[in-house]
Ligand binder design. Sequence first.
Ligand code: PLP
Length: 379
Amino acid sequence: MDKQFKPFEQPIYVTRPILPPLEQVLRKIEDIWESKWLTNLGEQHSELEKQLKKYLKVNCISLFNNGTTALIVAIRALGLTGEVITTPFTFPATVNALEWNGVKPVFCDITPHNLNIDPNRIEGLITPKTTGILAVHTFGNPSDVEKIQYIADKYRLKVIYDSAHAFGTELNNKGIGNFGDASMFSFHATKLFHTAEGGALTFSDSAVMKKVNLMKNFGIKNENEILITGINGKMNEIQAGLGLVLLDYIEDERNKRSALKKIYTEKFSDISGIDVLCKNDDVTKESLQYFVVKINKEKFGKSRDYIYNELKSYNIFTRKYFCPLCSNYPHYKDLRSASISNLSVANQIENEVLCLPFYGELNKTEIDKISDIIISFKT
Ligand SMILES: *Cc1c(COP(=O)(O)O)cnc(C)c1O
């Protein structure tokens, strides 16, 4: 078949990690070498905590070796047991973190407009065993934090947010990490801000932070006192040093992505069957971690899967986040709340969402071409 467009010569991936100039990273590593202090809450670690508190506009933060461990520790530190209400439309880590704590996930359907847990369906899932709500700010769009807190207060539930997509998101100028009892951020290489692997918890209450800090360091208070069953969740100095160098490049990356998002959005603005996932009106700063479209097969004439597969032949690699849904994994599908009738929106959405290539190194010509190729599939 003759193609209207030539495939890209180099593969275009859905994202690329921010890589600061290597000399700067090496200089940082020299500092760490000189200090002879590679982990255990050293200088880089405390400086990164300080900088991130400022960037995320939060009062309490605790750094971790990765986001998943952070989430597992948050669930345990907050004493969640029994059942926790969560979303099926997320990365496996969210739901797995509950299972690692012996907590049964109860899946709640999502809303079609922002793909977050549907607050109007939470109360119907609460039982005497429910102890918390674990919601995700999907693709950086905040969950309905007010309604969720209202329900949590009414039933005395704890609230944890998986904010892995929401680094830098602000809701009415407030940092997203200030809501609920704890929020988890991931600093994995594929996220906007990263430390290769890494993560953090933020809290509204410093008492929870103190417990978490103990818990991520084996439960060790001092040489003579080990107080609780801890784990090793510490971020090391090399991770923290990389994060410190990288933090200076975030605003530049965000500006570039913001410009790219405009180009994509304009390209798709009058294409029937392609809906760009928009930010909520009350979001005063968006994370810009992903660029997400929803494909309506009836209107566009081709399915999301068709586009995903066909793009590969142009050397373009998109992502079908989050397909399959967690509720359709073999180890969760037999839960009562995993039934398709309980999760009708999520089961439809999982076939419509596509994350397109989105990172600052891409230029206008490339975004134009990717968009034009997708539009050329329309029938
Ligand atoms: C990336 C991600 C995680 C896991 O974070 P890690 O730092 O890779 O452990 C959890 N939840 C969501 C929604 C994510 O996207």
